[in-house]
Design a protein around this ligand. Structure first.
Ligand code: NAP
Length: 306
């Protein structure tokens, strides 16, 4: 059987595409991946998704999952390991099975970035983490560091301030990139100390993290701070590895799209954080998902496949 539409990814873009495609009788197959729910599973309160004044990220994703269940969407919770878009119908492989599809919606999102220091690798899981919500509880009453100046870093600092003894937020410039509301929450949080214009140049410790060496970017002065935990919150990079060589990727590493959701191959659409280098918001990703399902339906109609 050739699928009419296969959706890869289970963040707001993937789920919304599945909801629209299912309601439009396209009987979509949703390949959710191992990390079902995407980045919102790793976040705390979401206060900017219309309809919810405040909802936990995992609860929001759980309700999307229940919504696709009500629509009888078929779900596969394995990662796509490979795709072959060189012939039509397109082919999609997991480690256990393969599928053929007349149209594909890519909504694979983005993954956390790391600083890239050799000492960072050494302490991942031994004090260094990319997920405050997942690992924060290990650092109750400890001193922790958060690296970054965007909304994620603000969110992590605020969350960790409820658990840790102290939170030091280190940012490489003298101005945060985060939204004003999040910045104000950090500025008014007495537990969060901010170190401006500085970067971590080394992580210190024997078996476990015990500190960080930091450098002031203006004065070049180096100093060390004692911390048992460090959370790297410096943004995300789009999850495009399996699509390289198959469709066009832009200079920033995102899937290149034109005319809204179309990629360089007909019938393959890309939406959400894997192609959106500008907005990167859950509600925007959901909107993109809707657009992709509508575009897939139009494509299938033009091909007389529905
Ligand atoms: P982001 O907005 O790209 O911010 C990344 C931050 O990390 C920037 O401040 C950047 O510094 C810093 N950074 C990047 N590379 C670095 C490096 N190698 N060393 C040190 N610092 C580095 O990423 P994000 O905070 O993950 O947010 C991503 C998107 O999700 C944004 O659109 C954000 O609004 C959204 N989001 C929203 C919420 C919310 O509304 N509650 C929560 C989380 C995320 P510079 O500023 O100097 O570039």
């Amino acid at each position: 059987m050739v699928e009419k539409v296969v959706i890869i990814g289970s963040g707001p873009a993937g789920y919304t595409a599945a909801i629209y495609a299912a309601r439009d009788d396209l009987n979509p197959l949703l390949i959710r991946g191992f990390e079902v729910g995407g980045q919102l599973m790793l976040t705390t309160a979401v206060e900017n998704f219309p309809g919810f004044s405040s909802i936990l990220g995992p609860d929001l994703m759980d309700s999307m999952s229940k919504q696709v269940d009500l629509l009888k969407v078929r779900k596969i919770d394995r990662n796509v390991s490979r795709v072959d878009f060189s012939s039509y119908p397109y082919k999609i492989f997991t480690d256990e099975e393969s599928f053929e599809a007349y149209s594909v919606i890519i909504a694979t999102g983005a993954s956390a970035k790391w600083l890239g220091l050799p000492s960072e690798k050494k302490f991942i899981g031994k004090g260094i983490s990319g997920c405050a919500v997942c690992d924060g509880p290990f650092f109750k009453n400890k001193d922790v560091l958060v690296v970054g100046g965007g909304d994620s870093a603000m969110e992590d600092a605020i969350y960790l301030s409820q658990l840790a003894k102290s939170v030091t937020l280190i940012h490489r410039r003298h101005e945060f990139r985060a939204s004003k509301v999040m910045q104000d929450r950090v500025f008014s949080n007495k537990k969060v100390k901010i170190i401006w214009d500085s970067e971590v140049i080394d992580f210190l410790g024997d078996d476990k993290l015990s500190g960080a060496k930091i450098k002031n970017n203006i004065t070049n002065e180096e100093s060390t701070i004692s911390v048992q935990g460090a959370f790297i919150s410096i943004g995300h990079h789009p999850n495009t590895d399996i699509f390289k060589e198959q469709i066009e990727i832009d200079g920033g590493g995102y899937i290149a799209t034109k005319e809204y959701t179309k990629t360089s191959k007909p019938g393959i659409f890309a939406v959400g954080d894997v192609q959106d280098h500008r907005y990167k918001q859950a509600v925007v990703a959901a909107g993109w998902g809707c657009m992709a399902a509508i575009d897939a339906r139009k494509f299938l109609e033009e091909k007389k496949l529905v």
